[in-house]
Design a protein around this ligand. Structure first.
Ligand SMILES: Cc1cc2nc3c(=O)[nH]c(=O)nc-3n(C[C@H](O)[C@H](O)[C@H](O)COP(=O)(O)OP(=O)(O)OC[C@H]3O[C@@H](n4cnc5c(N)ncnc54)[C@H](O)[C@@H]3O)c2cc1C
Length: 770
């Protein structure tokens, strides 16, 4: 790292204004504020219900020790901050309620706030005959703590909902957190890449006074969705000489906007304002929604589908393609295009510890190939978009290649439905001829927050419609709105559920620096040859992405813990899920996806196997503290008398001079570990939430309409000229991070479309130097 640490400032990407005056009544807001200000609580010596002087001093000392911050005024400001003292927090919470939460969820939340406002009903939830907001801070804290472990599930749901919401929005908006952590909001020594200048189609506004007339556009092939798979399909089909239009509901953000701020990035770059919650609230799902889709926000991990999964897809689902050399060629070709490799990787401490710890413990591990054009890519902030253009995702590789071969693009196009010809084929198939939707312009300054106009648009596709709108309902709901009926539509959702484990070290880790996910432990990926198991990987270490996953015991304790962030490394145990869920349209808003998914017991056990292994890795790598993301598991804190440098710990493993270090057989560690090991037998605690960034299935591929939505060439059963080419078609969970598998399948399907149209299929892949 250069000694000159230079920061940059990205161009602003403001959010559009919204009407918030009717979302909450005054009393509902007062109650909500009293809840969120208990979770992120003002801790001062001057308030009437201050923490004990000694407690506050201990907190300040711990923070100083872990941050090297000596500015007392900053530390007091940090501890005194409440969630609602940040104006941006208030705005973000109102936006959540106005735009991001579904109607039923909002209604339920508001009725809880009403109940807590009324003295009598509040008693049922708090045990106090006083409205919640009138309780003292410490009384409120006790109530919220009691919800965490209450026998009735409703209390635990309340705990989780308010906790997750508050921590997520505070970490995105706090004015002091970043300063306490020494966290630069843009990467150090960052340079903006040039990016590709995409020629987007723009539709003129309707003349004043005229009625709604759809604008029209004609092309050979319409591709709906510009993510990892739509982008590959666009490149392959455009290379055959066909006219291609890629239509995306999100917008393109040029490199100078990236990485975006945490608050705005979640809204502009992700589906549903950042996190899509399952109906039980236990699963938080991240999916990209912008030009480039998940490829714009993903972490560059480029693993190929493994033989045991390929065999399962081929045999169990009767899909020989997955065991064919054609599929291998498709995987190799997409890797070649993006310059996938390991040669330029420089592991950051979290990734290096994963490799080193696994080696010490005899677990199989390896570097993860990166789609970075064979070059080093160290920014660590790609979850909020890659401003350096070093990540060769869709916007740097496939979409520019498609453009060079004549493809056109529309951003801001929310596709409502696929349209069909009036007549069917002789064998009764519907013939897709295009799609309808609503296009929303940019504002006058080229952003999306000012005055915009909308225009209904019909796009006619002479040869084919390819749906690549993503497996988190983008594709399944679109097909359903288009009238496709199939019992498997929306079903078989796979998510690769994940739980986290964090180590706190006695040295600065600066976890946001360096490549995000450059190593993997594969030891437990195929437990007992079942085909199922877990992989151990690093997680993005941007504060607002991971601090919310850490358990909350009290306002003060959580803030002290959050302040240790620059000394943390974070890892995930990611299960190849055997269980499955489903997506369906919200009953009130047909465009909004709802998710049913509960991690199955066997998947939970597999995740727990991974957590045990991660705990051991963290221990041998010298973690002072080990924190498990799953609720109900207390942290392990290593005695202060034990030195924790990695070499000292390693010496203890190898019989060297261990001095006063503890070995992996340290009784205190083993005692703590035994609690975690029990989870591998019984499954995770009932309230342990999971997160996921991998959606698969929901329009799966198969051998007949009785077991699938599309055939082995991606064609929707009983239709003509309608294809699905995205991760929705996975017949099962990939077990590896799904980008390369999805891209390879999209390449195969796009080749098939070109071949079926009698055009020469492009075997040659474009290269990384795009
Ligand atoms: C934070 C994060 C990190 C990840 N890291 C990795 C990684 O390191 N390696 C890896 O292999 N995988 C990773 N993934 C997963 C990977 O990015 C996805 O599997 C991949 O993007 C899926 O591709 P897709 O084309 O199926 O869908 P997407 O890439 O999600 O694209 C679908 C697009 O369709 C658009 N769309 C949806 N509905 C409509 C509509 N009605 N009209 C118009 N457009 C619509 C969406 O806005 C979206 O842009 C990560 C994902 C996330 C979210």
């Amino acid at each position: 790292m250069s000694s000159q640490r230079r920061t940059t400032q990205q161009s602003p990407s403001p959010l559009s204004p919204f009407q918030d005056d009717q979302i909450l009544t005054d009393s509902q807001w007062t109650t909500l504020a009293s809840i969120v200000d208990t979770i992120i609580s003002p801790e001062t010596q001057t308030s009437g219900e201050n923490p004990k002087k000694t407690q506050l001093k201990a907190a300040v000392d711990t923070i100083k020790h872990n941050t090297n911050v000596t500015d007392e005024a900053l530390l007091s400001e940090y501890l005194a901050e409440s969630a609602t003292s940040c104006p941006e927090f208030r705005e973000a919470i109102h936006r959540l309620l106005a735009e991001q939460i579904h109607t039923q969820g909002r209604k339920e939340l508001l009725s809880v706030l009403d109940a807590l406002t009324n003295a009598r009903t509040s008693w049922l939830l708090t045990g106090h005959l006083t409205p919640f907001a009138q309780l003292s801070l410490r009384q409120r804290e006790k109530v919220i703590q009691s919800w965490a472990t209450a026998r009735l599930q409703i209390f635990r749901v309340l705990f989780r909902t308010f906790n997750d919401m508050t921590k997520a929005y505070w970490t995105r908006t706090s004015p002091t957190l970043g300063r306490v952590l020494s966290y630069p909001y843009t990467p150090i020594n960052h340079s903006y890449g040039k990016g590709f200048d995409f020629p987007f189609v723009v539709f003129p506004p309707l003349p004043q006074g005229s009625t709604l007339v759809p604008a029209t556009f004609e092309t050979d092939v319409l591709i709906i969705g510009s993510g990892c798979t739509g982008a590959v399909a666009a490149s392959v089909i455009a290379r055959s000489g066909l006219e291609v239009l890629v239509a995306e509901k999100g917008y393109h953000w040029k490199p100078n906007h990236l990485p975006m701020s945490e608050k705005n990035g979640m809204v502009h770059l992700f589906a549903n304002g950042g996190v899509t919650l399952s109906d039980t609230g236990k699963m938080g799902i991240l999916a990209g929604s912008c030009f480039g889709g998940g490829g714009t926000v993903n972490w560059s991990a480029s693993l190929q589908l493994q033989p045991f999964v390929r065999q399962e897809f081929a045999k169990k689902h009767n899909l020989p393609y997955f065991e064919s050399s054609a599929f291998q060629h498709d995987m190799d070709a997409v890797c070649e295009t993006m310059g996938v490799g390991t040669q330029a990787i420089k592991h950051n401490p979290g990734n290096q510890m994963l490799l080193d710890g696994a080696k010490k413990l005899g677990m199989k591990a390896k570097p993860v190939p990166q789609n970075t054009g064979g070059e080093a890519h160290q920014c660590g902030y790609c979850t909020l978009g890659c401003g350096s253009c070093g990540k060769k995702g869709p916007t740097e590789s496939w979409l520019p290649d498609a453009a060079r071969h004549g493809a056109k693009f529309v951003e801001g196009f929310q596709c409502e439905k696929v349209i069909f010809a009036a007549d069917k084929t002789q064998d009764g198939k519907q013939i897709a001829i295009g799609a309808q939707g609503v296009w929303t312009s940019r504002d006058e300054s080229g952003g999306v927050s000012g005055k915009v106009y909308r225009r209904p648009v019909t796009i006619y596709a002479r040869r084919a419609v390819v749906v690549a709108a993503g497996a988190l309902g983008g594709t399944a709901l679109l097909l359903e709105r288009s009238g496709i009926q199939n019992p498997h539509l929306g079903k078989h959702l796979k998510l690769h559920p994940v739980n986290t484990l964090f180590g706190v070290f006695d040295r600065d880790i600066m976890p946001w620096e360096g490549g995000i996910l450059t190593s993997v432990v594969t030891e437990y990926e195929n437990i007992n040859s079942t085909g199922y198991g877990c992989k151990l990987e690093c997680v993005t270490m941007l504060p607002s992405m991971v601090l919310p996953l850490m358990q909350w015991k009290s306002g003060l304790e959580w803030k002290v813990h959050a302040a240790k962030f620059k000394r943390m490394a974070g890892w995930i145990s990611l299960a190849r899920d055997e269980g499955e869920g489903e997506v369906y349209a919200d009953p009130v808003d047909k465009y909004r996806v709802r998710v049913k998914y509960d991690t199955s017991k066997s998947d939970q056990k597999n995740i727990a196997v991974g957590l045990v292994a991660l705990a051991k890795i963290a221990f041998v790598e010298g973690a002072r503290e080990i924190h498990v993301g799953a609720a109900g598991v207390p942290p392990f804190i290593r005695r202060q008398s034990v030195r924790t440098s990695s070499s000292a710990i390693y010496a203890s493993q190898t019989g060297g001079n261990a001095g006063d270090t503890a070995s992996i057989n340290d009784p205190e560690f083993l005692q703590w570990l035994s609690r975690l090991e029990l989870l591998a037998v019984n499954g995770l605690p009932g309230d342990a939430g999971q997160v996921s960034a991998h959606q698969m299935g929901t329009a799966r591929m198969g051998s007949s309409p009785t077991n699938s939505v599309v055939n082995s060439r991606g064609a929707v059963w009983n239709t003509q000229s309608l294809f699905v080419a995205d991760t929705s078609v996975f017949p099962g969970a990939s077990g590896v991070n799904p980008m390369i598998t999805g891209m390879a399948i999209a390449r195969g399907i796009a080749r098939g479309i070109v071949e079926d149209l009698g055009l020469p299929s492009t075997q040659q892949a474009p290269t990384a130097k795009l």
